[in-house]
Design a protein around this ligand. Structure first.
Ligand SMILES: N[C@@H](CCC(=O)N[C@@H](CS)C(=O)NCC(=O)O)C(=O)O
Length: 307
């Protein structure tokens, strides 16, 4: 099987979601560390403009957004499943809430001054300023909750999660972990990275035990690589996954299109449409360094327009 290459960085919550899923599935993967802020020239060589973290590469196929990565990893390695039949689809709904509402509350709360000082301990003040400017540009036009608003949300969300575990079940939807557990775990993990503010979770003892069960899945077998090697892999192997444009969805194969996230970090990826289904968009592009690549996005959460 061609190698899984995860492009990520240590402090990224969505990356932590994927690292834990790779651990749960017992998969081997190559690790490429990407910059925390722009510029990210080696990221863009592969993605064509998508700057969010993480993304997953298999040969010359580039998978953006953890929602899509989870579907792909499940297709590659079905057990243990992220979508067990007994959860009856509830895991996707809960994961979407966690990826949006819980994540925004957790990050906005944790990055208040005392939390940010812990998260960025040892970083020079210029980096802190550059980080703030980068994220402000990335979320321009979005309203970010104040730390008090975020604290109020997080307290309620924490209580909801604690209630789900109140009957003694080990995981949020029952006896086995599902996608929902991993989506929630990334935010709990991020809050816990900042001890000065992590006390907000202290009353939630069932959530604490649940988090420890999640952390015990580990990160799978990780080996270190780098962005230049990953670009070379793409150039050498090219895209491998078959793609096709389904009829009746408003687009034709070969349409020149722009794809952009609909919430934040809306930098567009421009290319030729080679794949479209109810769940996925795939765009063909040629990069000077990476050669021919297919960049894949989930259909939900991404705007697709003809240029
Ligand atoms: N919906 C996306 C969200 C990813 C996301 O927001 N990632 C954060 C890091 S955890 C990010 O991209 N931050 C800006 C950056 O890394 O440049 C996903 O599921 O992958």
């Amino acid at each position: 099987m061609t190698e899984l290459i995860l492009h990520h960085y240590a402090g990224s919550p969505f990356s932590q979601k994927m690292r834990l899923i790779l651990g749960y599935k017992g998969l081997a993967w190559q690790s490429v560390t990407v910059p925390v802020i722009c510029p990210k020239p080696d990221v863009l060589a592969l993605t064509g403009g998508y700057r969010r973290t993480p993304f997953l590469q298999i040969a010359g196929d580039i998978y953006c957004d953890t929602a899509l990565m989870c579907e792909l990893i499940e297709a590659r390695q079905a057990t243990p499943s992220l979508f067990p039949p007994q959860s009856a689809g509830a895991e996707r709904l809960l994961a979407q809430w966690a990826d949006k509402s819980l994540f925004l509350a957790a990050v906005s709360y944790t990055l208040q001054p005392a939390g940010a000082a812990a998260i960025f301990a040892g970083a020079p003040p210029e980096f802190m300023a550059a980080f703030a400017a980068d994220r402000a540009a990335m979320t321009a036009g979005n309203v970010r909750p104040s730390s008090l608003d975020a604290a109020a949300e997080l307290q309620s969300y924490g209580a909801w999660l604690e209630a789900m575990l109140s009957d003694g079940r080990p995981f949020l939807l029952g006896t086995a972990a599902t996608l929902a557990d991993f989506a929630v775990a990334q935010s709990v993990w991020f809050v816990r990275l900042a001890p000065p503010v992590a006390g907000i979770l202290a009353p939630l003892q069932r959530l604490k035990a649940w988090f420890e069960r999640m952390a015990a899945f580990g990160h799978g077998q990780r080996s270190k690589s780098d962005s230049l090697a990953a670009i070379e892999v793409a150039r050498k192997l090219g895209p491998q996954e078959p793609v096709s444009v389904q009829a009746g969805l408003g687009f034709e194969p070969g349409d020149k299109v722009l794809v952009s996230a609909s919430d934040y970090a809306r930098d567009p990826v421009c290319g030729e449409l080679v794949g479209l289904s109810q769940g996925r968009i795939s765009v063909r592009r040629v990069d000077e360094r990476a050669g021919l690549v297919h960049v894949h996005f989930p259909r939900i959460g991404y705007a697709l327009r003809k240029t």
